[in-house]
Design a protein around this ligand. Structure first.
Ligand code: SAM
Length: 274
């Protein structure tokens, strides 16, 4: 049985993490999470004049890609640090602070809602889906991405396996929703249809994470994520060093011509509001 989730505690944990690790995420994960943005925008038909809300926008990458397609886009994120970075990077795009589970927008005011790697960070993702549904017009589309299962997303497999084998996977962190919940198409379909959407579609999109060395790969998780990183940071220093060595060794197996290339595919889900 999984532990009961205290949504407030998990939200506070995520919020504090993003406030602190936004820069590390930007430096390490953005080169990965931006790879799926083209297919995400294609899946929900983002084009000139389409009103797009990019939820959990982070430093605004998907919003910027939508703006390049001449869409009318707004990005929203609950982290002031992320929103400040988004505004700094893309001063011509509108960004707002706000919670995915209580969006600060009117009903039926968008044609498209995108959520790139946000769903697995929300305490109550059904609420985020309901909110997306509320702000979309009839016929509007939602599109979101999450990591594929660790069997495919090898970077997550390496890190979670190292923690499981050498560390304590049960360090006291606020329990959150299962990390790979939306990697499962049946669960995506259930949540999207119960959230008022129809015609759900899923696809897996290849992404490759490149690093100059396996040490950088470890650093990406250690200094760039609130949730998986917290599992690492909460380990005893000696245990963490053993985990670090295991991660470095496993990541080294992915070296090709002096570059570490780790498969990290995304699952892309989309659906339509009737
Ligand atoms: C993994 S990052 C994804 C950022 C960006 N979409 C990208 O593709 O790189 C997750 C983002 O979700 C934001 N976030 C997490 N929980 C949120 C919530 N409840 N409401 C709004 N934003 C949230 C974080 O601040 C962070 O910017």
């Amino acid at each position: 049985m999984s532990e009961p989730i205290d949504p407030e505690a998990f939200r506070d944990f995520e919020y504090a993490g993003w406030q602190r690790f936004a820069r590390g995420y930007h430096d390490n994960f953005a080169k990965l999470t931006t790879q799926v943005i083209g297919p995400l925008l294609d899946a929900v038909n983002v084009d000139e004049g389409v009103r797009v809300l990019d939820v959990a926008t982070g430093a605004g990458y998907a919003a910027a890609a939508a703006a390049e397609r001449r869409a009318a886009v707004i990005g929203v994120d609950f982290s002031e640090v992320q929103v400040a970075m988004a505004r700094e990077q893309y001063p011509k795009i509108a960004f707002r602070e706000g919670d995915a589970e209580a969006l600060p927008f009117d009903d039926e005011s968008f044609d498209v809602v995108t959520i790139n790697f946000g769903m697995l960070h929300f305490p109550q993702p059904e609420r985020a889906v309901a909110e997306a549904n509320r702000v979309l017009r009839a016929g509007g589309r939602i599109g979101f991405t999450v990591w594929a299962m660790p069997a495919h997303a090898k970077g997550l497999d390496i890190v979670l396996r190292a923690i499981e084998e050498h560390g304590d996977p049960n360090v006291p962190l606020p329990p959150g929703p299962p990390f790979f919940r939306f990697s499962d198409s049946d669960e995506c379909r259930r949540v999207l249809t119960e959230g008022g959407f129809e015609q759900p579609e899923f696809t897996q999109v290849a992404q490759i994470w490149r690093f100059p060395s396996p040490h950088e790969f470890f650093k990406a998780f250690h200094e760039g994520t609130p949730r998986t990183g917290a599992l690492l940071r909460a380990q005893h220093p000696e245990v963490l060093e053993t985990i670090r060595m295991a991660i470095v060794e496993a990541a080294s197996a992915y070296e090709t011509k002096g570059v570490i290339e780790i498969p990290m595919p995304a699952v892309l889900a989309s659906a339509i509001k009737p």
